[in-house]
Ligand binder design. Structure first.
Ligand code: PHE
Length: 443
């Protein structure tokens, strides 16, 4: 324990975990998934998924991490269940694959910051996206994004991760609130709000199969669940903090940022054509928003601010994605933090190159993570609770004033409800992946 650097404070941990949770998922993919999946109907399913499935499942990673006090692979050894280490390993692998395409999108954000500053995307947003999304510029920007990520992780938990997120998270909030106030003055505001906030329960029922997998995948992704990230972060945590309280704060703040991003994106979209502008995948998000910034008054400055927020959010997430495999190689093979970060970062860079060569490949990486890896890891975590004994209940209780009841209800909830919900998601997700593979969506 002595050579493991730990969070300097509880707030430091919460902010770093929030930094991991708040990312491209909240500000970029959440509003656009919501827009293309029926608006408020999606929002309702998503919120249910976050609070009833995601939050309890997050507690599983927390108890394993804090009790194990090790990287996600060894944590299972330390709590006496070494044969489950592969689950931590699979989560770390998921982090690795995710960072490979996440960093490509992070690179796009760099290009959009440049494009906002120079006004390059105003004339023809679709052409601009085409020129930066794949090809040499995309590879260069991906490399730049990875370089910054490696730099922060190499500095370590306190000097790098904690310090960086302490500065970025409040910045994200201030900028998003400012942008939300501005967006409220746009002509599309009320139409945007009503699409975003007035759920039509008929839509939910009729589109259950097509809404549930993306809503659930989005819930896991946004909470950084199933990546072993929360195992790694909570391993640096103090014994006497309340895990449910910390987790609750993280989930609430993370949800606020996503919902707030919707308050920016929906008025902007409806000022320039409505939700249809957002359907059709990763690229349209950038094209639709950039196009909207090109049309509204003050769009250049606002666009710049928006993409800077997005960059902060993306970086505070990417460092957590890299931290997981790095903490493993440093502890397992005694490699220095600097070398481990550089080596892993280079590997991620190379694996991400195909995603920077074609958005179809990027979509493939994305769907493998959302539809397959995440539900599998979360399912395995839930399965683990059948074998872990009451230890995890004691760990959840430690540092709280909770009696027996709540932790016991939690145990049965993650044993019974969570796996069923995740199994349904996995089934639908694999079906979607198979369809994509057979109808040529990816290759
Ligand atoms: N939660 C991040 C987001 O919403 C993505 C992420 C997942 C980051 C896992 C780190 C680990 O963008």
């Amino acid at each position: 324990m002595s050579d493991r650097s730990a969070w300097t404070s509880r707030v430091g941990f919460i902010l770093a975990a929030v930094g991991s949770a708040v990312g491209l998922g909240n500000i970029w993919s959440f509003p656009f998934r919501t827009a293309s999946n029926g608006g408020a109907a999606f929002l309702v399913v998503y919120l249910v998924a976050v609070f009833l499935i995601g939050f309890p499942a997050m507690m599983i990673e927390f108890v394993i991490g804090r009790r194990g006090e090790q990287n996600p692979v060894h944590a299972f050894d330390r709590i006496g269940h070494g044969n489950w280490s592969f689950v931590g390993g699979l989560g770390a692998f998921t982090s690795f694959v995710t960072l490979a395409f996440y960093s490509v999108v992070g690179g796009w954000v760099f290009s959009y910051i440049a494009g906002s500053a120079t006004g390059a995307y105003f004339g023809d947003p679709a052409a601009y996206f085409g020129s930066v999304a794949s090809g040499p510029i995309a590879i260069g920007a991906h490399a730049l994004f990875m370089a910054v990520t490696v730099g922060i992780v190499a500095l370590g938990v306190t000097d790098g991760i904690e310090r960086a997120t302490k500065f970025m998270i409040p910045g994200i909030f201030v900028l998003l609130i400012g942008l939300g106030v501005w967006a409220a003055t746009l002509p599309g505001a009320s139409a945007g709000y009503s699409y975003y906030l007035t759920p039509d329960f008929g839509t939910i029922v009729n589109n259950f199969g097509s809404i549930v997998p993306p809503a659930m995948g989005q819930a896991f992704f946004t909470l950084s669940l199933g990546f072993s990230v929360m195992i790694a972060y909570s391993s640096y945590l103090d014994r006497d903090d309340s895990l449910p309280a910390d987790g609750g704060a993280i989930v609430v703040i993370n949800t606020l940022v996503a919902v707030l991003a919707g308050f920016v994106v929906f008025p902007v979209l409806f000022a320039t054509g409505g939700a249809e502008g957002a359907t059709g995948g990763s690229g349209t998000a950038f094209v639709a928003l950039a196009g909207a910034f090109g049309e509204v008054p003050g769009g250049q400055v606002l666009g710049l601010l928006f993409f800077v927020v997005l960059l902060f959010a993306a970086l505070s997430s990417s460092i957590s994605l890299l931290e997981v495999p790095v903490s493993f190689v440093t502890e397992q093979y005694g490699v220095s933090r600097a070398k481990g970060s550089l080596g892993m970062g280079t590997a991620v860079l190379l694996v991400g190159v195909p995603a920077a060569l074609g958005t179809n490949y990027l979509t493939f990486y994305n769907d493998v993570v959302f539809n397959l890896l995440l539900p599998i890891v979360v399912f395995l975590l839930a399965a683990f609770t059948w074998f872990s004994g009451r230890d995890i209940v004691d760990e959840l209780q430690r540092g709280t004033s909770l009696g027996e009841t709540f932790p016991t209800v939690w145990l049965w909830w993650v044993r019974l409800v969570v796996p069923v919900a995740v199994a349904v998601t996995l089934y639908l997700g694999v079906k979607g992946l198979y369809t994509g593979l057979t109808n040529g969506t990816y290759f």
